[in-house]
Design a protein around this ligand. Structure first.
Ligand code: SF4
Length: 304
């Protein structure tokens, strides 16, 4: 077992459930208010219309029940997974009527082996009715909401056309925590106009809000996103591989030590990835981040 210098989520799950727990990624076929004209028409600058920031290719998806069955089967074969967290990943998974959402979530947790539910959404898409609905699952399941925070800098949110502000994020985190729902903040590194100081500020702010976990993502360009055009025109500088590794280590050092780390680097579907090419070998990047933490004898929270 590799030495852990940050609070790795997989280890936490292993300790909590005393077995191998894996997430089953689901596409519920929902839309997004930043795509259907409610908040915006074109989506966030980086969003791929086929996958909605998830990593599917936009093919028509089978039902949630079918996705759960085949997802669990695949994870059992590949990783000897024993228990599962149903992960609603693509697009905005709280964007629907409570009745529709309940049907989808119930289908996912109907399996005996499912111990948890994780729902990815936008901070401005959590009405009190939806919060009540999700809170209901905390009684029987390890329940998370994964919030697309991306940045805590207003100017950046405007640049990437998120359609919500920092206040919406703060309100969403507070409301979720009040209801006993665990919160994972998704943060994108290397967003246009941001430097290391801005990213560090975001990490400090989400730590102060009391999120339970973070996921770090590298900003990447997919074929059908609007960002692809910006990249093609030469108006986007992406982080280099080494720069990304150094940035993640710096941010880990500034992250509160009790916050779980669910992801160190994003996974892009290789068929739609335009750049950066180095993102294709995710495992090597994770290994290098972990090796560098060890070589520098540093760890999560070391700079606090
Ligand atoms: S909120 Fe998510 S699904 Fe909606 S446009 Fe932005 S990245 Fe895409």
């Amino acid at each position: 077992m590799r030495e852990s210098r940050y609070r790795r989520f997989s280890e936490h799950l292993r300790q909590k459930f005393e077995c191998r727990v894996y997430k089953v990624a689901l596409d519920a076929g929902l839309s997004c208010p930043n795509r259907d004209g409610t908040v915006g028409d074109d989506g966030c600058l980086f969003c791929d219309p086929a996958g909605g920031s998830g990593r599917t290719t936009g093919e028509v998806q089978p039902t949630v029940t079918e996705q759960m069955r085949s997802g669990m089967e695949g994870l059992r074969k590949r990783y000897h997974a024993e228990r599962f967290i149903a992960y609603f990943q693509s697009f905005t998974n709280t964007y629907g009527s409570c009745r529709q959402l309940k049907t989808l979530y119930d289908q996912a947790v109907a399996f005996e082996e499912v111990v948890g539910l994780s729902i990815a959404t936008r901070p401005d898409c959590l009405s009190s009715k939806v919060l009540d609905l999700i809170q209901g699952y905390t009684r029987g399941h390890y329940t998370w909401v994964e919030l697309g925070v991306q940045s805590m800098r207003e100017e950046t949110l405007r640049t990437i056309e998120r359609g919500h502000d920092v206040k919406a994020t703060a309100q969403a985190v507070r409301a979720l925590r009040q209801r006993g729902i665990f919160v994972c903040a998704h943060l994108i590194l290397g967003l246009p106009g941001e430097d290391l100081q801005d990213m560090t500020q975001t990490v400090h702010e989400v730590s102060a809000l009391g999120v339970d976990a973070v996921k770090f993502h590298m900003l990447y360009v997919t074929r059908f996103s609007r960002l692809a055009q910006v990249f093609k025109e030469g108006n986007l500088r992406l982080l280099e591989r080494e720069e990304y590794i150094t940035t993640v280590i710096h941010l880990l050092e500034h992250l509160a030590p009790d916050i779980l780390v669910q992801r160190l680097v994003s996974e892009a579907h290789r068929d739609i990835l335009v750049a950066p090419d180095w993102l294709r070998d995710k495992s090597a990047i994770i290994r290098e981040i972990e090796d560098t933490l060890k070589a520098r004898n540093t760890c999560q929270g070391a700079a606090l």
